[in-house]
Design a protein around this ligand. Structure first.
Ligand code: CA
Length: 528
């Protein structure tokens, strides 16, 4: 993506050329442009609105994205890039620069804007959208009428809505994967509970399932080390309340943090033991993003917890070099108390999306434009790209063209490159992903869907300024301390049982109770 981003910044001429060649590559140069579709027109006279759109993968809004050009044709509104901070990949940094400039474009969008718009909205920087939605955005209104809790979850401390979110689709994100061919070879069954997981990992360690005569297997590995901590759920602990690692969660109406729970302590004690026994990748904290690639490709890794689609895809790649390679999903093993839980799910609503700034002179046209993306046509455009170019309607459903499905770049990256699946306020359609997800992943998801393993997500709170100040004062250092201890306990440089009382006392002196109190106040206000 780096190259693309850099190329996109190379000025209008090269942008234009890039888009043309990308279109040629997809065999789309001959396709007719989007049909003018007057019922989607927002304005009779073309209108330009400026936009700040920052994401680590696309650090500005590209006016030549085919999706933008099609939306322009359909609605009469053209977005002009006015992103600040495009030379950095840090969206928060870009937002801070934008606010500091005092010069806000008509639309402010991008990654993780929720906290910012909820903070600066009530101060006057952004327009509350509630009345505008009520009067001018029937499609957005219909969504929120059907999902009132989601509306509450993203509203500001004053109860008003300041941005239109990116709404993901689908349920299960990650699942447990295991080398079924190793199990078969060793005459073992898929582990059904925490004890059986332990025994299978021991067998992977000791019985040379990759058959090279060396004791080189890495029984459990994780591309993100947090997926090791996730295993505390096998001892009824928690590792996060949402799809953000280390997040708070709600237990019987009370906000708490996973890393102060009994189950966490018990789980960490056991995981430290597993680590000591050589059942966990010794480099789990340092190997990083390439671990899955390396450990599967080298026929070394036995079990992990990771995304269905991308993990199952290794069957296509690795089976060409590792005979019999069969890495499949299995249902969450039962915890010590018999609970089968999948802690991770696709979050229902993202902190990403777009907002209308106070200086926007066309708020009605803008909300109507936002609403366009929630019409069937706008939703298809935001998900699949341009009809007739990137997809066609087959039996009433958008289907990617063979060119898109066959091209040697992931569909996700292709979509980013044309301005689809970007973090404007839109409603994702899982069908976009289903079409290129392999059968092993689809089978895995189906297996999980046939059970009832999902738990409710914590969707966050919106602080008032006083609460925000408490959170900002204490939380960052508390979190750092928690993660330091966590790593030390796994690596064996501390003993969690011996340290636990001190650990809790330290958290107390660091202000954890104050943080939990302001979160509870905000939570009660927001959700009750
Ligand atoms: Ca071996």
């Amino acid at each position: 993506m780096k190259t693309t981003t850099e190329t996109l910044h190379g000025g209008r001429k090269s942008m234009h050329r890039l888009t043309l060649s990308a279109a040629l590559l997809m065999g789309a140069a001959m396709a007719a442009p989007v049909l003018a579709d007057d019922h989607l027109k927002v304005v009779d006279t073309p209108l330009e609105l400026t936009v700040h759109m920052h994401h680590e993968r696309y650090t500005s809004y590209d006016e030549s994205w085919p999706v933008e050009l099609a939306a322009r044709e359909m609605t009469g509104i053209a977005l002009k890039d006015a992103t600040i901070g495009s030379n950095s990949k840090e969206s928060r940094e870009a937002f801070n620069l934008l606010i500091a400039s005092g010069d806000l474009p008509d639309i402010v969008g991008g990654l993780a804007i929720k906290d910012n718009v909820n903070r600066y909205g009530p101060e006057g920087a952004f327009i509350a959208l509630d009345d505008l939605i009520e009067e001018h955005a029937p499609n957005i209104k219909a969504f929120f009428d059907a999902n009132p809790d989601l509306r509450k979850a993203i509203s500001g401390a004053d109860g008003k809505l300041y941005y239109i979110p990116y709404l993901p689709d689908g349920f299960y994100g990650r699942g447990y994967f295991i080398r079924q061919d190793w199990l078969d070879k060793l005459g073992l069954e898929q582990p059904q509970n925490v004890q059986e997981v332990h025994d299978v990992l021991v067998a992977f360690r000791d019985r040379d399932p990759n058959g090279n005569g060396k004791k080189d297997e890495i029984p459990y590995f994780a591309r993100q080390w947090e997926e090791l901590i996730r295993l505390v759920t096998l001892w009824d602990g928690r590792s996060s309340g949402s799809d953000t690692y280390h997040d708070f969660f709600v237990q019987d109406g009370k906000i708490t943090h996973p890393y102060i729970g009994e189950g966490y302590r018990e789980g960490m004690k056991n995981l430290a033991q597993w680590y000591k026994e050589g059942l966990i990748d010794p480099e789990v904290f340092t190997r990083g993003a390439s671990s899955r690639d390396f450990l599967l490709g080298e026929n070394l890794g036995g079990m992990t917890h990771d995304w269905f689609a991308s993990t199952a895809a290794y069957n296509d790649k690795v089976s060409q070099t590792v005979e019999g390679f069969n890495f499949i999903a299995f249902i969450p093993p039962a915890s010590v108390s018999g609970v089968r839980m999948e802690e991770h799910r696709r979050i229902l609503i993202k902190p990403d999306g777009w907002a209308i700034s106070f200086s926007n002179e066309h708020p009605v046209e803008t909300i109507k434009y936002f609403d366009f993306w929630f019409t069937p046509e706008g939703r298809n455009l935001s998900n699949f790209g341009v009809e007739g170019v990137h997809w066609t309607m087959v039996d009433g459903k958008p289907r990617f063209t063979d060119e898109v499905l066959k091209i040697d770049t992931s569909v996700v990256n292709q979509m980013y490159a044309i301005g689809a699946q970007i973090v404007r306020g839109y409603h994702q359609d899982y069908a976009y992903e289903e079409q290129w997800t392999n059968q092993i992943a689809l089978d895995g998801i189906k297996l999980y869907e046939s059970g009832d393993y999902l738990i409710p997500d914590f969707l966050g709170v919106s602080f008032n300024p006083e609460e925000q100040a408490v959170y900002d004062k204490y939380w960052p250092s508390i979190r750092t301390y928690m993660l330091e201890r966590q790593q030390a306990w796994i690596l064996g440089t501390g003993d969690i049982e011996a340290d636990w009382a001190d650990y809790l006392a330290t958290l107390d002196t660091m202000g954890l109770n104050d943080v939990l109190t302001v979160m509870q106040t905000a939570y009660d206000r927001q959700y009750n």
